[in-house]
Ligand binder design. Sequence first.
Ligand code: SF4
Length: 468
Amino acid sequence: MIQSDPSNAALSLDHRQFRNDEFWQIIPAWKDVTHDQFGDHLWQAKNSVKRLSEVKDVLGDRVSDELMNDIDAGLKIAPMNIRITPYVFSLMDWDNPVNDPLRKQFLPIASQMLPDHPYYLADSLYEDVDSPVPMLTHRYPDKVLFLPLTTCPVYCSYCTRSRIIGGSTESVEKETYGANMERTEEAFQYIANNPCIEDVVISGGDAFNMTAKHIEFIGNRLLEIDHVRRLRYATKGIAILPQKILTDDRWVEAFFNVHRRGRELGKQVVIHTHFSSPREITEWSRRAMDRLFAESVIVRNQAVLQEGVNSETDVMIRLTKKMSYMNIQPYYVYVHDMVPGCEHLRTSLAEAVELEKQVRGCTAGFNTPTFVCDAPGGGGKRHVSSYEHYDQENGISVWRAPNVKPDELFLYFDPLYKLSADSQARWNDATQRENMVNHAIHSVDLKLTQDQRQKISKRLESAYHQPK
Ligand code: SF4
């Protein structure tokens, strides 16, 4: 539940404390691991937890059979595999794993998972629909999203790209690929042939999993295109494997080379990272940021709002202030996308609007994240308060995106567990469900032609009127 008095969190100086103990030694398998070993990114990668059996190997008697069975059942239905660096694994609270915000993000347990919303979408943001060539999504006029690989150093339970990231699971078949120079050519050609494009997000997957050679190759190819002005490498790495910034000199130098070349050309090369909990931040994170800051690298953060992870005001304020303190700009907080396997992590839109109110004013505006709903169906990021209509009783919000798809409407649905018993009963009835959606759409007073209305209805029917 969101707290209504954020003043203590806003005034507290706790955000200046960075954990600097040997916290990993509490894990039985790592009790003799030294500071230097733990600080080596190769040791981190080699000892990452990738299988259920490894959870037991690492924790020994510290994990109960009951929890192991719960994780086992969770992995059978989750769309993401597990991969957890020792850094994150040992920051989890193994005395209270069920309620731990880090465990919730990376290690699903069946007892907390809920059935997907009837109108969930595997590709909620229409990244595949708005894709003119493989690996590229072109939605905003001057920006593209480039996805050259599908692997990451950790796999997040809340991943919006669970349909393609991290290899097949028991419930989802996926193709997995690392960055491959030949496969990227079509994307470069598309960008070069579209002079509107100024901004390229290089994501995936995670840029941490690209080799130094790929970092430079992709960065330099894009910088060579005259009209490309801004590159953003997207990586969760600083949050879950800061040791790579500190010890993988080849990778870091490759990034710095692209960054320097960008500066020579008058172009921005930045990093977008992905902290969602202040518990992910330690002295390792601060030292990693010091190295990037010394080279004038701009780092921005995109957090995902998750129930029981960062949905409380004091947690979100601490996250915001802690990141600002180590020179990361809190950029976005996303309302959780309507993707499978995540219903238990979603909040209502009303909670996001309230949380935004509570956080705003705790620090300077440029360090205050913008809370957005990435409108399902490819409407793009919309400020949480900018909906056209919100039926809070039934959890249905309607959105427009005039600069992206001017003739369309987009719908976001709150998770059913947040609704009243009466509303949940209505959602269980197919006819009432459809009526509620139609009523919400028609509540938006738009001066649309008959043709435009038909187009909107057709798309919404195919996307939402066939419950998955
Ligand atoms: S790091 Fe990003 S792309 Fe990779 S699993 Fe997490 S959310 Fe998905």
